[in-house]
Design a protein around this ligand. Sequence first.
Ligand code: ZN
Ligand code: ZN
Ligand code: FE
Length: 756
Amino acid sequence: MQAGISSYQIRVQGIVQGVGFRPYVYRLAREFSLNGWVLNSSAGVFIEVEGDDGQLKEFARRLVDDPPPLALIRNCEIKEIEPQGFKDFTIRESDDQDEKTVMVSPDIAICRECQQEVANPGDRRYGYPFINCTNCGPRFTIIKDLPYDRAKTTMADFPMCPVCQEEYDNPLYRRFHAQPNACPVCGPHTQLLDKRGQAVQSTPAELLRQGYIIAVKGLGAFHLAADATNIEAVRTLRQRKRRDAKPFAVMARDLGVADKYCVMNSTERFWLTSPQAPIVVMERKEASQLSGEIIHPGINTLGVMLPYTPLHYLLFDKELELLIMTSANISDEPLITDNQEAVDKLQDVADFFLVHNREIYNSCDDSVMRVTPMLTPQLFRRARGLVPMGIIVPPRSKSVLALGGEMKNTFCITRQGEAFLSQHWGDLNHYLNYCKFQQGIERFKRMLAVEPQIIAHDLHPNYQTTRWAKEQKHIPRIEIQHHYAHMASAMAENGLEGEVLGLICDGTGWGTDGAVWGCEILRGDYRQFTRLAHLKYLPLPGGDLSARKPYRMAFVYLLETLGQEGVEIANQLLPALVSEERDIILHRWQNGLPEVRTSSCGRLFDAAAALLGICDVNRYEGQAAIELESRSDPREKGSYSFRLEENGPMWLMDVFPMWNELLDDIKKGVPVGGMAQKFHLTLVNLFVMALCRLRDETGLNRVVLSGGVFHNQIILLELIHSLQSHDFMVYQHQQVPPGDGGISLGQAIIASEVNA
Ligand code: ZN
Ligand code: ZN
Ligand code: FE
């Protein structure tokens, strides 16, 4: 062996494909005058490198500490070997091995360099809507199989022209092995069509400016685009989409425009301009050009994203600065990804179609998030830009497939120390969503090259996921209570081990006693849980019907609290409660007829919103609660009474005393905003008192917060402050949604622990 010459064999795992990792290694090796080779395989990136001792050490340090911007190193093994006497450094051809442990990268928003090129009239890709490089562009949505090579993506239909090929082959260039590399000569193209599928001689921006609605084929699905500042266009879109209340997200031309419409802090700016480029829900400024009632009726926030593909730039011009960009699917059906399907299904909704000829293989919705008052990210929907990135979990040998919930469904597959959550499939009661969910499972299994050995699913006997699990006869399955899964999900993403207290504030979930749970304090770890406290039960007349109609819940609370007197008050305060409906509920209540019972926190918000005259009917999930939060006046510091009642081993959290005081406030003419705020603070006080009591009993000082109600920023902020001032350790969600989009993670961890 030559003096001072050593050799390393290195294996790197993580997101190391399609992110410019090999050219980076190549340049790094040249920088340190080292020889050897680098190779991409489905088992990771392999490197053999030799040369001067010191240089080699520095190479290894830089490799791990300073990888290319989009790479994510999960594991790096370095072994010293005998030097081979290489004469140069080379990039070897892909080698298809059986063991697939590389990860597919999520889709990445257009990078600054590509942005500059596409805007430069001198560049050969000037205005080309499919420009990309190793630092940006489509990944997950176009990948059919591993290893990640052009032939295994939907770019396989577009052979590269000689110029693109040269870029692709040059290790010193930004497009070296950029699999979707393309240019106007060889790559995909857009077409602007009318409803009959005929080409139109115009530009998308011009049509949008005239108030037309365009269906736009984007990265993961079709969107419907309309000028957000044109009230008529927005109103038309709402009518045609038959969406009367749910807020629309918008795309702002640039950060300056977003600034004009929203109150924005630097963390929100950071996320808006991040490579993930999610929709960020922010506080809305009172902007004259924007009709709040049309874009987001009843709420004071606006979901904003920036253009994340070069194609989006075609939609804007100097005058056009803000577009509605809403998923083009019809009433909760799956996302539309196919040109013909778009023209067929959106005939009555879109005036024009901006399509292209690159296939979308994996559909993927926009991710939606907000920045909490603690400046942490909170996800409503974890999808584009984040899926299929793995979440680090305790390594277990058996792979689990966890099926998630019924609404906002995601599934989760574990592979060793990582959990991979799918994109959102929506409401599985839609047959087509259910089909996509099943197809998604097959695709994830192939992408991850695992065959799960255990299935985890919700306890609810009528969930589609439960039915599906029962059909998989060859795989053992485990049922997991909904709120226990919420709790485990928050524990897992925070890396917690051992027992904790979990405060779960949620809509609905099937309880172990047959009641509909939703406001629970549990204790437990990944192996077991005990229920320690819950919101006092209440009848839920008509089940799901009452979930859609907050005024029914208000009536039930009035009856339970005030008895017959509640009927009189309901007649005054609940105009939506018609006499027939009132009499049926009353009759059943008076005669003690059996009803489903519930401890749902969501239904409690519904009741308060209806009683305060804020919202009678939920026209989308959580509407009443969102509007109640929006209307709250932060200057109000007061709260109402409640009771904490011991009932055997269980604590009952009882808000009945609140209603009398709230009704007094209504009589006194206290402004709605003040009462709404007092309602929030009452719940916070109740939860803090219950948790203090339970800490005394159990000695547990760590609290995880989960469930859809934690999207409520007043509850989240006030609760965390108050619990921390009582010396609790408090944990919340940052990587997966607090709502049902996150429960598959919890299910997966519980199942893998129980079967470890
Ligand atoms: Zn780029
Ligand atoms: Zn080309
Ligand atoms: Fe839930």
